[in-house]
Design a protein around this ligand. Structure first.
Ligand code: ZN
Length: 253
């Protein structure tokens, strides 16, 4: 299985528009972060988790030419605002399956009503097949997908486990019973916004406490704010086997 980090930034991305912060002016490519998303592929299966406002740019840059599904974590714009740009995939493949919590699907129907139109739909509009994700594991691409429940402030979010890999973002709290679903991981991806605490995201210490509880082989931190610091400087402070992810990083699991 190949995991390609399409974006590792928090909601505004890095650089932030108009910012004078030194990280926003860094010349290190690892300090340029598009909105958070990951492309996962194995054998003849290719999926992305989330589809934010940088989706088009991410698909062009990564060379991704087929998307068999989009799994959504939650409905916030930094995870969903690229949905209109699935059209090139529609023209080649047909409707794209969307997997999400029913609440997220209802939200997308409200925000992208023209995509879900059943009468007199504009012929060039995106087309999707919706699949409701519940707590129950499901099969996709011949693999078992295990949804992981967590909370982003008061908002429920889903993470996804596929074999010995799990991807969770926008987590602030997670119930103890969900941790058992994350045992024996080789690779974990988890959000860590910055050093300072935040109301709806893990900060670094909360992410490190979570990593200690899960004990994966390796961990990559994502959904990173510019105020976290320069990539190289932050990386040097991290424990062994914990890494800051960066855009276009590709790992094989
Ligand atoms: Zn987010």
């Amino acid at each position: 299985m190949k995991v390609y980090f399409l974006g590792t930034g928090t909601s505004q991305g890095i650089p932030v528009i108009g910012s004078s912060h030194p990280v926003c002016h860094s010349v290190d490519p690892k300090d340029k972060r598009l909105r958070v998303s990951v492309w996962i592929s194995w054998e003849d299966t290719s999926l992305v988790i989330d589809c934010g406002p940088d989706f088009r740019q991410q698909m062009l840059h990564s060379g991704c030419s087929r998307v068999d599904a989009i799994f959504f974590t939650h409905e916030h714009a930094d995870h969903t605002a690229g949905l209109d740009d699935i059209r090139p995939f529609n023209f080649r493949q047909g409707p794209i399956p969307l997997y999400a919590h029913v609440r997220v699907l209802e939200n997308l129907k409200k925000r992208y009503d023209y995509i879900f139109e059943t009468e007199n739909k504009y012929p060039g509009a995106p087309s999707v097949d919706v699949h409701e994700v519940t707590d129950a594991p499901f099969i996709f691409g011949k693999k078992q997908i295990v949804p992981i429940n967590a909370h982003h402030g008061t908002l429920q979010v889903f993470g996804y486990r596929i074999d010995d890999f799990a991807y969770l973002t926008d987590v602030k709290t997670i119930a103890p019973e969900e941790l058992a679903k994350l045992s024996g991981l080789r690779v974990l991806v988890i959000n860590a916004l910055r050093i300072e605490p935040h109301d709806t995201h893990f900060n670094l210490q909360e992410a490190l406490d979570f990593i200690r509880a899960i004990n994966p082989g390796k961990t990559y931190l994502t959904h990173i704010s510019h105020v976290f610091g320069f990539h190289e400087a932050v990386q040097q402070t991290l424990p062994k086997n914990v890494f800051l992810a960066y855009d276009n990083l590709e790992i094989n699991i």
